[in-house]
Design a protein around this ligand. Structure first.
Ligand SMILES: [Mn+2]
Length: 370
């Protein structure tokens, strides 16, 4: 029997450009903190080996402090054996990076720089397939067919796209989905896909221990694997910052604020959440304005918040115009916008612009009156 923790895609040092500085710092810090949380998860699960199936570093030349901090954090978890595989972001083409990992890394870290099988426990061998470059363009996992002594457990460790999907959505899959059968593996630990995924009973993507985008809607974690006959795989949560998209499709007559509230987590859980609100459908002007105001009110609850109302149409009634003004220039502008937004002779995109302008005018008028 052999227990180990399977993780991948820490992407240490990832910059998260496009997010405000405070958020970027929190996200970077959360990735670094994953090292300690992986060690704790292994320990709690009775394992002392952690397999990192590629993309430990986001770039081939991480900042000196990113590398140093990672190596020191791994050294600090002295009872853990770290096994680090080059992925596509930190491939073996990054010769300086791997030279530094090998020379500066602690004794409890093994950096894999070739395809030689090696023992990781009594009667247990790792068959690695390190990425030679960012897009190797061929199936490197063929190396996992290498012979091992009779009776040992064979664990494949690889990184890349399988069949028809890859994290970056480019190229075609190169790792055959039946690699574990072809190479007689007891377990195949893969990295690349940032969400957790079981390919078959012996083949898993662990996903990233800390989420890094909105793509995979799940809690992040690692896999605690126990090899005793077939693999027994348990998910251990390690993520600290959540990424969620809330999609609301609304129709007139619905209580849109109640619908929104139902989708949101408790107030105490919002700081550690990045939330994207996407609203589609159709609402009366008053509800549209109320929902927009609510979005602005809750935004500071979250670690980061963004909303997209571009798919939400408004249903303007002549009565609504009275709330803007009963006469005068604003009223006239509102009437023109309402007429333009419903004029079948105009292109739909032009009508949408008029409708959006009318709801903006409506919301501004309410603000001024308040
Ligand atoms: Mn990756």
């Amino acid at each position: 029997m052999f227990r180990f923790l399977h993780s991948s895609d820490l992407h240490l040092g990832k910059a998260f450009g496009g997010y405000p500085e405070g958020v970027r710092n929190r996200l970077r810090e959360a990735r670094h903190g994953a090292i300690v949380r992986l060690a704790q998860a292994a320990r709690t699960g009775g394992a002392s080996t952690v397999l990192l199936a590629g993309d430990t570093f986001d770039a081939e030349t991480p900042a000196p402090e990113t590398l140093r901090h990672a190596l020191r954090a791994m050294a600090g978890e002295a009872d853990i054996n770290w096994i680090m595989l080059p992925g596509n972001h930190d491939s073996m083409a990054a010769t300086e990076l791997w030279r530094r990992v090998v020379t500066d890394g602690p004794a409890n870290l093994r950096a894999i720089t070739d395809t030689h099988p090696f023992e990781v426990g009594a009667g247990v061998m790792i068959l690695p397939a390190p990425c030679t470059q960012r897009r190797p363009g061929r199936d490197l996992t063929e190396a996992m067919t290498a012979p091992t002594p009779e009776g040992v457990l064979r664990i494949g460790l690889g990184h890349g796209a399988i069949t028809d999907f890859s994290e970056e959505g480019v190229g075609t899959g190169i790792i055959p989905p039946d690699r574990s059968t072809r190479s007689g593996l007891d377990y195949l630990a893969l990295g690349d896909w940032h969400g957790r995924m079981q390919v078959n009973p012996k083949t898993w993507y662990s996903g990233a221990p800390e989420a890094d985008g909105f793509k995979h809607d799940m809690t992040s974690g690692a896999l605690l694997v126990c090899l005793n006959g077939g693999p027994r795989v348990d998910v251990v949560e390690t993520g600290t910052i959540g990424w969620r998209t809330v999609a609301l499709d609304l129709l007139p007559g619905e209580d849109c604020l109640a619908r929104l509230s139902k989708e949101l987590p408790d107030a105490g859980l919002r700081r550690d959440l990045l939330l994207r609100l996407e609203v589609t459908g159709r609402l009366p002007l008053a509800d549209h304005a109320a929902l927009m105001a609510e979005a602005q009110a809750i935004a500071p609850d979250f670690g980061w918040f963004d909303h997209d109302f571009s798919g939400l149409a408004t249903d303007a009634q002549p009565d609504d115009l009275d709330r803007i003004d009963r006469a005068g220039a604003l009223r006239q502008a509102a009437e023109v916008l309402l007429a333009d937004s419903t004029n079948p002779a105009r292109a739909q995109s032009d009508r949408d612009i008029s409708a959006a302008a009318l709801s903006r005018l409506y919301a501004l008028a309410l603000e001024v009156q308040a």
